[in-house]
Design a protein around this ligand. Sequence first.
Ligand code: ADP
Length: 198
Amino acid sequence: MANIIVGLTGGIGSGKTTVANIFAELDIDLVDADIVAREVVAVGTEGLARIAEHFGDEILNPDASLNRAKLRERIFSEPENLKWLNALLHPIIRTEMCRQLDSTHSPYSILIAPLLFENGLDKLVSRTVLVDISPEQQRNRTVLRDSVPAHQVQSIIDSQASRKDKLSKADDIIDNNGDESALRSKVMALHNHYLTLS
Ligand code: ADP
């Protein structure tokens, strides 16, 4: 297991994936909370079996995988279902993230989590790094990447912790208002700093 686990976070479109790819090029092991959240409900998992038990087999696709659209429907129509699902999945996701972090080998490792602070995952890591950009850049880059209307992006931004809140909580900040080469230099500098800590 790596000595130090760094929690990497930032709002939608801030540049987390771009930053994570640079760390990956530097041979740093990454665990992605979004990927883990999908893995724990993959076909054949205990998580999916419990969901099918609770909602019935109609929550599954013909190939036995989770029908996410149906699950979303059931959650929207009944808030109790969301509570039940979170109670089931949050501990399983946490355990699986810890298992994957335990098997990393690089000098330090990174947990990528868009909702690191919102979901209390910062408690699992040694330090936190925020990818920060201005709200204007955030909207523009996300609209460009996802081809969705600006108001839709804004409602996602509004559902996440505020920029001010995240800035006050993060140990390290990567300013991603500049171009990609400026971003690369900042990530390299931080990488060298993390190496001195590990
Ligand atoms: P996140 O994973 O936080 O949602 P991404 O890494 O996908 O964000 O970045 C959002 C979009 O902005 C992507 O299309 C990415 O290529 C682009 N992007 C990221 N950083 C920069 C930058 N410094 N300059 C220009 N575009 C960028």
